[in-house]
Design a protein around this ligand. Sequence first.
Ligand code: NAD
Length: 268
Amino acid sequence: MTRVAIVGIAGRMCGRIAHLVHEAEDLDLTGGVEFPGSDAIGKDLGELSGSERTGHHVVDNLETIVSATDAVVVFTAPPDPTVTAAEIAGAAGKPLIVGTTGMSPEQIEAMTSAVKNVPCVFAPNFSIGVTVLTKLIEDAARILGNDYDVEVVEAHHRYKQDAPSGTAYALAEAAARGLERDLNAVGVYGRHGDTGARSQAEIGVHALRAGDIVGEHTVMFGGIGETVQIAHRAQSRDTFAVGVVRSIRWASEADAGMYNMRDVLGIS
Ligand code: NAD
């Protein structure tokens, strides 16, 4: 039985992850962490995620429960507690699964160095469909080539804190890889005003925010006389939670290192 602790346990994503972990026969939901002062502190982990009681309660510091844990899952907003959780899990030698987006390059570097001695799966999108999509986009971009303009459009719920989504970045990066371009040099994030004609090399990325949209991503390849669109729509957060459960099992057997969902699916 793999004992799992979840940091950000009262959040939208972690609630679904907690539910699926609790239901899995080979996983045991034994730990949950929230920020000091959260209303969730002291609540039963099962009750919090709409399942049966577990007898384990939400705490305000991963350090107090990490030794009784076999894998740590972290999805927080804001991102800074994710770095702290990585430091604690890394020091304790526990596998880590991180889904937090909107991290700065410095935060990602701090997290990466904290987990260098443990397996860590870090993905902006744990959906199996989106992971396959990034591979399709890279291949499509390579085959279609420079005659097709690439634009990425994403839509999310009104509460999302960061834009564009981590997945939109990952899809734009996949297209850039296929076209052998540097996204830092060719990424254009939204357009407004007297922009002039589109350059051939640019990759446009656009973010919509409305209602309770779970997550929609479309990559458009615009050519002369035709448009190719490859899209993914998440109907519920369970698409991510299913990928997280799969990653927990995979990371529990993996050697130390930084991995993504392509590694978990064996399509890297
Ligand atoms: P949310 O706001 O519902 O949940 C975030 C949780 O983090 C909250 O419960 C909050 O209290 C908690 N938190 C804040 N500070 C904390 C601390 N010091 N210690 C412990 N917990 C703390 O947000 P959400 O929609 O669940 O999204 C969380 C993150 O996951 C975001 O970055 C989001 O973009 C990302 N996300 C990733 C994927 C993926 O597949 N990788 C999918 C959906 C969302």
